[in-house]
Design a binder for this molecule. Structure first.
Ligand code: DAU
Length: 340
């Protein structure tokens, strides 16, 4: 079996690439190698005979068509994913997350037997008031340009299913964390800042709630979904949530505790504009298929923090892009420094 994985050098994509190769799939990894990609994430399979890396853009229709030849499945992880960056540069999100998906859909129209699994997010629903949990058929109400671009991509997939009889599985996940996640995201950023004894910039009152899932548990869910996925016309959505919801402040305090750093490092700063208060997924459909997360948050967080403590600095050095420039732009004023 052969899979085309897009965005396979990013966080979730690379975990999935490694799992697929382990499972015996032939994998072609198409990645544009933006700032979010890190070649170290796929170093473990780089020389494997079943693995091939292609640097390129999902918006390049000719290239996508060529790589689709002989593929049984396409798994799309290629995306701009950081909410804060979407507030600085919304156009980049429309291009990668919407136009990129349309480019894949166009190529898939010519290959009707191909399974298509698309990675989406709980953010398409916007903020979810407690105690609600969103089911697969809940209406979209995205808040950020990032969330709107992911919702738009899903609408295009639906339109292609209706109009051209395309088949797709859309996986909407809650917040994922674990080794190899880019340091711009909350848990890696706070861990690396705590390790360095630097202030950890907590947005607003820090009482926002997120549902946290360890990356290997998402990989297990994706493997299960892929096994059951078909190219039959229509869109099938699946939610992957852990049910473990914590406030950001609690997570920041746990990181301090794990690293034996003072809580005073947690620094309340100006909030993210349009910041969603709460996300919550109803994942009963997937649970009925036999999936359940293996790691509780306390365990997954301890593993993750230990990974960043032991490998974070060396790994961050192999990343693409200039993180310090982004950090200065995003946090310089908030922290009242010109650091970065
Ligand atoms: O919910 C799924 C989504 O989770 C994915 O679709 C996104 O791709 C992924 O980036 C993530 O989005 P969030 O905005 O929830 O993740 P982030 O790590 O940026 O922030 C998590 C929470 O922490 C959020 O409430 C904002 C807060 N935060 C984040 C950063 C980077 C801070 O308080 N300070 C920070 O410096």
């Amino acid at each position: 079996m052969r899979a085309l994985v897009t965005g396979g050098c990013g966080f979730i994509g690379s975990h999935m690439v490694r799992a697929l190769v382990r499972d015996g799939w032939e994998v072609v990894n198409l990645d544009r190698m933006t700032y979010a990609a890190n070649p170290a994430n796929v170093a473990a399979v780089a020389d494997h005979p079943n693995y091939r890396f292609v640097q390129g853009d999902i918006c390049d229709g000719g290239l996508v068509r060529e790589l689709l030849e002989g593929a049984d499945a396409v798994l799309n992880f290629a995306a701009e994913t950081h909410v804060d960056r979407s507030l600085l540069e919304p156009g980049a999100f429309v291009r990668a997350d919407v136009e990129g998906v349309v480019s894949l859909l166009e190529a898939l129209r010519e290959r009707p037997g191909t399974v298509f699994v698309h990675m989406s997010t709980d953010e398409v629903f916007g903020s979810v008031p407690a105690p609600l949990e969103m089911r697969e058929d809940a209406p979209f109400a995205p808040s950020s340009p990032y969330a709107a671009s992911k919702a738009a991509a899903e609408l295009m997939i639906r339109a292609y299913a209706e109009t051209y009889g395309l088949g797709a599985t859309v996986v909407r996940s809650c917040n994922v964390y674990g080794p190899n996640q880019h340091m711009e995201k909350f848990i890696p950023l706070f861990t690396l800042r705590a390790l360095a004894g630097e202030p950890m910039p907590l947005y607003g009152d820090g009482l926002q709630e997120r549902e946290w899932l360890y990356v290997e548990d998402l990989v297990e869910a994706l493997r299960l979904v892929l096994r059951g996925a078909s190219a039959e016309p229509g869109v099938r959505a699946v939610h992957v949530g852990s049910g473990e919801r914590l406030r950001n402040r609690e997570v920041a305090e746990l990181i301090c505790e794990l690293l034996e750093r003072p809580r005073e490092l947690i620094r309340p700063v100006a909030d993210r504009p349009g910041h969603d208060r709460r996300y919550a997924l109803d994942s009963s459909r997937l649970r009925a298929m036999g999936w359940a997360p293996r790691r509780r948050f306390a365990e997954g967080l301890a593993l993750t923090v230990a990974w960043y403590r032991d490998h974070g600095e060396a790994w961050a050095r192999t990343a693409n892009g200039d993180f310090s420039a982004y950090f200065a732009r995003q946090y310089g004023e908030r922290l009242g420094t010109r650091e970065g």
